[in-house]
Write a protein that binds this ligand. Structure first.
Ligand code: UDP
Length: 248
């Protein structure tokens, strides 16, 4: 987020370097149940981002000192693969991945019915296979679908998307260039049925009016992402019931 580049990020017609309008999100593809050995899973693409998520649980919480006698905990591991970015990323946990894991786990804890499973752990593994900005939103969106695929009771399925600012324009769903050279990045995740906010961050600078305008775009887009999540789960359930029908 340097705010300085010679590159034109949004041209005079309001078109961005990847051809999108300012209020347009990148194409999204979501598939639920892509891994056989996990309890739930999801593969998601948004633009050039590629994310795989696997969920295990609820199962006995290890290490045991983390157990909560009143409810389950969500242990989330966000991991960016070494080959996911243009400059090879040093493998393993770093401060950024610890922070992102924590905020995704907290966002998911707002919707999962944790009190149903005292002492248990729900483990969420998020692998970023290819990154192009917006991976925390992509990871959280995929994790929500994977949890639903695992049959874990939730009051809703969380979608996430960012808004931000580059070339003095408020934009939806920043790509890598806009994130790197833009002026602000604001990831948002919501509970669609109530419009509660379960994740909101901001770095950079925006006026109050710009932020309000950006959040309006992001809320609307998050509801569209929610429809795509539900559609992926519907396809998954149809597939399961078809298979069950065949084995009868
Ligand atoms: N990025 C990178 N190397 C890193 C971390 C990030 O190349 O070690 C890139 C990657 O494309 C990522 C983008 O910078 O998606 C923006 O990173 P940020 O920390 O803002 O998180 P994100 O937008 O992915 O949630």
């Amino acid at each position: 987020m340097s705010g300085h580049t010679d590159m034109v990020l949004v041209n005079e017609e309001g078109i961005r370097i990847d051809g999108r309008r300012t209020d347009e999100k990148r194409p999204i593809r979501i598939e639920a149940g892509v891994l056989k050995n996990a309890d739930g899973s999801c593969y998601l693409e948004i633009g050039k981002n590629k994310v795989l998520c696997a969920v295990y649980g609820p199962r006995e919480c290890r290490p045991r000192h983390l157990q909560d006698p009143t409810k389950a905990i969500i242990q989330c591991k966000y991991n960016m693969e070494a080959y996911s970015v243009t400059d090879r990323k040093r493998p393993g946990t770093d401060r950024r991945s610890v922070e992102i894991s924590k905020l995704i786990s907290e966002a998911l804890s707002s919707v999962v019915q944790l009190e149903l499973y005292p002492r248990a752990s729900i483990d969420v593994y998020i692998e970023i296979l290819q990154a192009n900005a917006g991976t925390r939103c992509a990871g959280l969106t995929a994790a929500s679908v994977a949890l639903a695929d695992a049959g874990i009771p939730m009051r809703d399925i969380v979608p996430a998307i960012a808004c931000g600012k580059a070339d003095d324009k408020v934009l939806l769903d920043l790509n890598k260039e806009e994130d790197n050279y833009g002026q602000a990045d604001v990831p948002l995740a919501i509970v669609p049925s109530t419009d509660e906010i379960v994740l909101l961050q901001m770095d950079g600078n925006m006026t109050r009016e710009e932020l309000e305008y950006g959040l309006d775009m992001a809320f609307k887009a998050a509801h569209e992402v929610s429809d795509i999540q539900k559609d992926a789960l519907r396809r998954r359930y149809t597939e399961i019931s078809k298979k069950e029908g065949e084995s009868d």
